[in-house]
Design a protein around this ligand. Structure first.
Ligand code: GRG
Length: 306
């Protein structure tokens, strides 16, 4: 038998499935502890109903992964990670309202207004939005205060007229318009979907003390994955089932929404999403293997089934 003194080749392996499962468990526990029932009970129950309804928890995980990439412990970013999920959940509750997309199902269960009524669902969203800011301010420890102020500013911008609110307004304005261009669609989704995903990465970076170059590089990564995320969301609306999605499939067509598959077809849309992910990953090259989690999350965004 051939004897060699060669050491086994060390390959870098990263198991995204295990990584996501571990982070998700951490986030679920932190969210559960973040909001207990107080009075008036009904509003706390409505807020917890949607906040603890599962979901991929991609936004908090992106925040934690970015903080770790830059060499800080994830625990410093946990309150902000929870706040990002509170804001995301608020946007889903409001998005599902009869005055908006009018959906009955979300995350595999009845939407908030179907269970608690429209009035309480609006207030549950408002309650989660306000609490997100309170939660960051009250619970972020051992971080220079100027970083916390910066995080609060990033969150506010991502929610406002240049973020979720503006994107939703543009989305509503263009419903039923058959002439929406790719530029307009991208402008809608840069705000509606991309702004919050970018905030997840930026907040994680700021909490870890990122310099301007890191912040710029990581923001470009986030903008690319944000748009790819929405392209895949549009594709899944056509190709996946209601059971797989946990929400009504085919909603974009029935609501006459402009979508990427409508503009480009499914194959080209998938190709453009893949290109965006390649470009996102290129912006992580400087970090080497430390960026494996963010690289793998980017790939997951285009391979996901819900
Ligand atoms: C009231 C301040 C305020 C804002 C609300 C309703 C609204 C304005 C904005 C809508 C934002 C929205 C719902 C965008 C869609 C983003 C998107 C693709 C959500 C799906 O995210 P996933 O797949 O969901 O990560 P899970 O359930 O896995 O978390």
């Amino acid at each position: 038998m051939l004897q060699t003194n060669l050491k086994p080749i060390v390959t870098t392996s990263f198991n995204l499935k295990i990584y996501l499962a571990e982070k998700k468990e951490l986030v679920e526990k932190a969210l559960d502890n973040s909001l207990s029932i107080s009075t008036p009970e009904k509003i706390y129950q409505a807020m917890r109903y949607s906040l603890l309804a599962g979901g991929k928890r991609l936004r908090p995980i992106l925040c934690l992964a970015t903080t770790e990439l830059l060499g800080e412990e994830e625990k410093i970013a946990l309150p902000t990670a929870c706040a990002l999920e509170m804001i995301h959940t608020m946007s889903l509750i409001h998005d599902d309202l009869p005055a908006m997309d009018n959906d009955d199902y979300r995350r595999g269960r009845l939407t908030n207004h179907k269970v608690y009524g429209e009035d309480i669902a609006i207030l549950a969203g408002d309650g989660l939005l306000a609490y997100a800011f309170e939660y960051v301010a009250e619970n972020t420890k051992n971080i220079p205060p100027e970083r916390i102020v910066k995080v609060l500013g990033i969150l506010g911008k991502a929610v406002g007229a240049d973020g979720l609110v503006g994107g939703q307004v543009m989305d509503l304005e263009h419903e039923g318009n058959p002439d929406v261009t790719a530029e307009t669609l991208t402008s809608i989704h840069r705000r509606k979907t991309g702004a919050l995903l970018e905030a997840c990465v930026s907040c994680g970076a700021v909490l870890a003390g990122a310099d301007a170059e890191d912040l710029n590089r990581l923001s470009i990564y986030a903008q690319n994955i944000g748009l790819a995320f929405q392209i895949i969301d549009d594709i899944l609306d056509v190709t996946a089932t209601t059971e797989e999605l946990g929400k009504t499939a085919g909603k974009d067509i029935s609501a006459q929404k402009a979508t990427y598959p409508k503009l480009w077809g499914i194959e080209t849309s998938q190709k453009k999403a893949d290109e965006l992910i390649d470009s996102a990953i290129e912006h992580l090259a400087i970090y080497g293997d430390k960026s494996l989690p963010l690289q793998a999350i980017a790939k997951y965004i285009v391979e996901r089934k819900n």
